[in-house]
Design a protein around this ligand. Structure first.
Ligand code: FAD
Length: 309
């Protein structure tokens, strides 16, 4: 029997830690519970929204909806293949499988959130992306309530993108990935190095949703300006959104309690009591400044839960 809670504060469930309240919230650990939650929402004529690790979302003050939170960590490992419930924490998976001698994905260590959330946004860091390890994904169509197995190709992965990002009617429920045999000590060391590198770059333990904007594809002259200045090759003609934000003088910019991080300007951080409105206002100002100076449209990476119902 599902426990539907009412008027639940969402700040503790998101890395932004911005206050917001869900009218209803339910936690689901299995496919059957997920189906039950969706049916409950239909029966009560309440829209529903999916939340997993809460590391890439900005919630408004009041969400007049049922928030379905995917939790739990059921996994099945056979040979080099992991079959995991979508709600399993990605970092814990990297650690626990590394200890069992399976790895190759340690550069993803430290990306907060679940493996399902990682698939939806094709999360990546320092080169590798989750798509490099995915064999297949099981997903639920919330309109028809039918399940389907998607091959890696059908997931349509690209930079911070998947089929599921474009098609929110589909919920990722299980992820099958392939790993390689590794020495447990080597895996732990590599994961630790990755975390240390992330901490050095101020990418960890901040009240934010990670990179707020995606790195945009830029015209050749801007790519060249970036490459000459930083002495690194651009990937897919993209330039870091953080570099553009710094170039337009918005590094450290503040709106209320929201700030474009002085260390990593593409992180909008909650410095204390930021509201969702302040974060959105800062994002608008950053976009405007980048558009005016570079004629580039920044696009949000973080999902904004708006009350469109
Ligand atoms: C400090 C910090 C550092 C970060 N560093 C990185 C990084 O290096 N690289 C990177 O790629 N990202 C990074 N992120 C962003 C974030 O961790 C990833 O986007 C993560 O994969 C989101 O997973 P989640 O479970 O937290 O998703 P949530 O934040 O809960 O959800 C994000 C969106 O995905 C949808 N969603 C969630 N689960 C599912 C599902 N099972 N099926 C379908 N849709 C779903 C939600 O409805 C929502 O729209 C960082 C975030 C923070 C806070």
């Amino acid at each position: 029997m599902l426990e539907i809670k009412e008027n639940v504060p969402l700040a503790p469930m998101t890395t932004f830690e911005i206050s917001g309240t869900a009218r209803f919230l339910v936690e689901v650990r299995t496919e059957d519970e997920l189906l039950e939650a969706i049916r409950w929402a239909r029966e009560h004529s309440v829209p529903f929204i999916l939340l997993s690790g809460g590391s890439n979302v900005l919630v408004p003050e009041y969400l007049d909806a049922l928030v379905i939170r995917i939790v739990g960590d059921e996994t099945d490992v056979r040979g080099n293949t992991l079959d995991s419930w979508a709600g399993t924490n990605l970092f814990l998976l990297i650690r626990s499988l590394g200890a069992k001698g399976l790895g190759g994905w340690e550069k993803l260590a430290g990306i907060p959130g679940t493996i399902g959330g990682a698939v939806r946004g094709n999360a990546g860091a320092f080169g590798p992306e989750i798509k490099d390890f995915v064999i297949s994904v099981r997903a639920l169509n919330t309109q028809t309530l039918e399940f389907k197995e998607f091959s890696n190709m059908e997931c349509d992965f690209s930079y911070r993108h998947s089929f599921f990002k474009d098609n929110p009617d589909w919920i990722v429920v299980r992820v099958r990935i392939t790993l390689e045999p590794v020495e447990p000590e080597a895996s732990a060391a590599l994961a630790n190095e990755t975390i240390a590198e992330r901490e050095k770059r101020h990418l960890q333990n901040v009240r934010a949703a990670g990179s707020y904007f995606m790195n945009p594809v830029a015209p050749a002259n801007i790519v060249k300006m970036f490459e000459d200045e930083k002495q690194v090759k651009s990937r897919e003609s993209r330039v870091p959104a953080g570099w553009l934000i710094e170039k337009v003088g918005m590094k450290g910019a503040v709106v209320g309690g929201a700030q474009a991080s002085p260390q990593h300007p593409n992180y909008i951080v909650n410095t204390g009591n930021a509201t969702a409105h302040e974060v959105l206002e800062l994002a608008v100002r950053i976009k405007k400044a980048v558009k005016e100076k570079f004629d580039i449209d920044l696009k949000e990476e973080a999902a904004v839960f708006v009350n469109k119902f």
